[in-house]
Structures are given as structure tokens and as C-alpha cells.
Design a protein around this ligand. Structure first.
Ligand code: S3P
Length: 449
């Protein structure tokens, strides 16, 4: 699908954001292995969490979508009949994780200790992503994991455990990855004894919050532990709105000539909200109000106003995992800011749905931005006017949406190829963008003037 985005000087509105993808995946998995019925309010329509649902259904879990049972904010519910960890059944075929790294990595952890074999596959992008980072600790726990060239298809030979099962380990994360942390902790549920993940640099903590795990601070490092055989409680989960989706509107509002955009019920877990800190440090006007809790996660309403009058910043160190998915959007803010922005310590971006360092540099350069790639980040010399161009999303939802936001402040139309990728995390994105910038979104290439 091709979308053309026309410039828009003034933005206004209250776009409805999708449910938090990270929380949605986890709520579905935890509900599946709980004993009894769980309700998930505000589950995501996005493709990635639906990949997780499809896999769980294939493992014998009954999941019913109930658009008629609404939560307090009008979002529909999902009912999951948890079978207990021991109640998962061998899937009749290969489990297709689609484009979703979280699905594949969390299910590797969940299924490595089950007494049956499973094969996990994904699309071309997911098949090229590194899985050894999960396979290595699972093997240390006694799991039998086969990879193809370090990636998918992933074979889990549960029958090969021959009744021995997994053993608990203490694992220090060599890469700051919440997916690896969560996979090891999920495997820990099937293991003998205690499994502890040590995080030198904190990553998103939804798994430990949602499972109410023990977390210790030992000499500045986080130690997260789970006991083998611990039961997961069936309960009511409430999924906040995705701060990673909010980021596109926060950047759009901060870089426009005039804007007032309101975003309600946004998850503001401190391990996810680095984008707010950075945009504010750049000079953006973002007001946070009505702070409250939803399903154990802090949420709030946000209001962004232009003009932000942004200035370049340095982004690096421990904040990076807290805004890793928002870097393409932040690079767009940097292109509209005065002065230089340096983004470092973000080499992980090279192994996301696409190489996001290369993809971000490519679309910003095509639009006239001054961007230099570094192995672990980007240098953006901001303040140069951007112009419309034809760019490619490279199959990556966040690149499609970041390019769209860049296009709003450019001169002339920008055509985004592969715009359908947005639906991986934000199915209503193009409608939401049109809602705040009326007349900006044209499906297909631009009509001749
Ligand atoms: C996620 C963790 C992050 C993030 C991804 C979702 C999660 O990946 O980029 O979009 O839900 O745990 P890594 O764990 O690979 O850093």
C-alpha cells in the first residue's frame, strides 16, 4: 500500500491510540497459563499481538473476543480460558509468529520446558532476526533449541528433555533486552528451583510487574527472580494505550507550526517513557495530567502543544532501552530541531524489524535531512528544511509512521511505500493522522496537480 502525506501546518485533535503491544502480548500469555478464566480489557487490534493469540490458540487455549463487553474507557474485552502451564497442548503444525519478535522470543521461553516439540517461524523480517540471545540461556537451563543460521525457524525439542525438565539458572543479560529477560523468566516457570535474570541496564519491566516477581537491587543491578512451578493467577488485565504509538503524535505536535494534540490513557511506565524526557529536554511542551494506574501500570493523559522550538540533544546510555522503539520518531524531531542531535548506544536498532539506523537515515536523507550513520546510532544536524520525497517503509511499522510525521512539516508531498506496515502496531494510524491533519493523508501516490 502506498500513502502520500501532504504537509500540514496546524495539527489538532485527540487521536485514539492502540493498546500497548508489550503489555498485550504478556497479558495473553499469562492468561493462557493461568488456571481459569481471565479477562483482558483493551486488547490490541494490531497484527503483532494477534500473532500471539493465534499461536496460543494453536496450543489449545480457548480465546474469545467480545467486542460487546466494554471496559471503563469503551475498549472491548478478550476472554481467555487459562489451562495452566501444564495444560498447553502440542500445536498441530508450525507456530507462525508473523512479524513479531516478542511473540517468538517469549514463546521460546514459554515452550522450551514443555514436554513436546514445537517449531516457530515468522515472516522474512523475523526470520533474519537474532534468536541465539534467547537460545543460549535456554540451553544453559537444559533446553534443546535448534536455530537456522542463528534465527527462525526455531525448533524446541521438548521431548528431548526426557522428563528431566529445565533447571533454574542465574543469567546476566549480555544485551539489554526485555524479550530475552522475559523468555528466561517464562522458562523459569517450568524449571526446577529459582531462575534469576540480572540486568545491568534496566529494560521494560512489564513481565515482573504483571507476574509480581521479586526484584532486588544488588549493587545497582536489577535481579529478577521466579520460582519453578509458581502458579500464575487468572485475573482481569487492563491494557494501557501504547506510549510507543503516542510518540509519533508527540513528535508531530512538537515539530508543527501550530498544534494542540491530546492523548488519553497513555502508559507511562518509567521503563518506557524516555521519549517524554528527551522531547522535553529538546524544548517540547508536553503536559501530563490525570496520572493514575491501570492494571498495575501508571497511565496519564498527555497534551502536546506547538511551537516547541526544539534544540538538539545527546541521547545515550541507560535511557536508550527506555526509548529504543521511539528513536526513528525522535530522529524526526532532531531533523526539525536547531543544532546537532547525537544518538548513541543504540546498536540494537540494527536488528529490529529492519535496520532502523539505516532506514531512518535513508528516509530523512531522501527528504533533505543531514544525517550520518554510526555503528550504534545517528548524528542528525537539524534545522534544514525537509522536502517531500518517495520513501520506503522497508516493511517496518515504525519507519512508515516516522516518515509520515517527517512529511507533515516538509515542503511538498511525501509518498510512503509499504505504508500497510503501520498495522503491525497501530492499525488505525493513517486515519488517526488524517484526524489531526485534515487533508494530509492520500491513499496512493499523489494525484497530478
Ligand atoms: C519488547 C522489547 C523490546 C522492544 C520491542 C518489544 C518487549 O525489544 O524493542 O518492541 O515487549 O519486550 P528487545 O527486548 O529486543 O530490546
Amino acid at each position: 500500500m502506498t500513502v502520500t502525506v501532504h504537509p500540514a501546518a496546524a495539527l489538532a485533535g485527540s487521536p485514539v491510540l492502540p493498546a500497548d503491544k508489550s503489555v498485550a502480548h504478556r497479558a495473553a500469555i499469562f492468561a493462557a497459563i493461568a488456571e481459569g478464566e481471565s479477562q483482558i480489557i483493551g486488547f490490541s487490534d494490531a497484527a503483532d499481538p494477534h500473532s500471539t493469540l493465534a499461536c496460543l490458540r494453536a496450543l489449545g487455549v480457548e480465546i474469545e473476543e467480545r467486542p460487546d463487553v466494554l471496559g471503563a474507557d469503551g475498549t472491548p474485552s478478550l476472554f481467555v480460558q487459562g489451562r495452566g502451564l501444564g495444560g498447553l497442548r502440542p500445536a498441530p503444525g508450525v507456530l507462525d509468529c508473523g512479524n513479531s519478535g516478542t511473540t517468538m522470543r517469549l514463546l521460546m521461553g514459554l515452550l522450551a520446558g514443555r514436554p513436546f516439540d514445537t517449531t516457530l517461524t515468522g515472516d522474512a523480517s523475523l526470520s533474519g532476526r537474532p534468536m541465539e540471545r534467547v537460545a543460549a540461556p535456554l540451553r544453559q537451563m537444559g533446553g534443546a533449541v535448534d536455530l537456522s543460521d542463528g534465527g527462525a525457524p526455531v525448533g524446541l525439542r521438548g521431548r528431548g528433555l526426557r522428563g528431566r525438565g529445565l533447571r533454574g539458572i542465574t543469567y546476566r543479560l549480555p544485551v539489554a533486552s526485555a524479550q530475552v529477560k522475559s523468555a528466561v523468566l517464562l522458562a523459569g516457570l517450568s524449571a526446577r528451583g529459582t531462575t534469576t535474570v540480572v540486568e545491568p541496564v534496566p529494560t521494560r519491566d512489564h513481565t515482573e510487574r504483571m507476574l509480581e516477581l521479586d526484584v532486588l537491587d544488588v549493587g545497582g543491578e536489577r535481579h529478577v527472580s521466579v520460582e519453578g512451578g509458581a502458579a500464575v493467577r487468572a485475573r482481569r488485565w487492563v491494557v494501557p494505550r501504547d506510549v510507543s504509538a503516542a510518540a509519533f503524535f508527540l513528535v508531530a505536535g512538537s515539530t508543527a507550526e501550530a498544534a494542540v494534540i491530546q492523548l488519553s490513557g497513555v502508559g507511562l511506565n518509567p521503563t518506557r517513557s524516555g521519549v517524554l524526557d528527551v522531547l522535553r529536554a529538546m524544548g517540547a511542551t508536553i503536559k501530563v495530567s490525570n496520572e493514575r494506574e491501570r492494571g498495575g501500570e501508571p497511565i496519564a493523559d498527555l497534551r502536546v502543544e506547538a511551537p516547541g522550538g526544539l534544540a538538539g540533544v545527546e541521547i545515550g546510555g541507560a535511557i536508550v532501552p527506555n526509548l529504543i522503539d521511539e528513536i526513528p520518531a525522535l530522529a524526526v524531531a532532531a531533523a526539525y530541531a536547531e543544532g546537532q542531535t547525537v544518538i548513541r548506544d543504540a546498536a540494537e536498532l540494527r536488528v529490529k524489524e529492519t535496520d532502523r539506523i539505516a532506514a531512518t537515515a535513508a528516509f530523512l536523507r531522501a527528504m533533505g535531512g543531514a544525517v550520518t550513520e554510526r555503528p550504534d546510532g545517528l548524528v542528525v544536524d537539524g534545522g534544514r528544511p525537509l522536502h517531500g520525497a518517495t520513501v520506503d517503509a522497508r516493511g517496518d511499522h515504525r519507519i512508515a509512521m516516522a516518515a509520515a510525521v517527517a512529511a507533515l512539516g516538509a515542503t511538498g508531498p511525501t509518498t510512503i511505500r509499504g505504508a500497510e506496515a503501520a498495522a503491525v502496531s497501530f492499525p488505525g494510524f493513517w486515519e488517526a493522522l488524517e484526524g489531526v491533519a485534515v487533508g494530509s493523508v492520500e491513499h496512493g501516490p499523489p494525484r497530478p496537480a
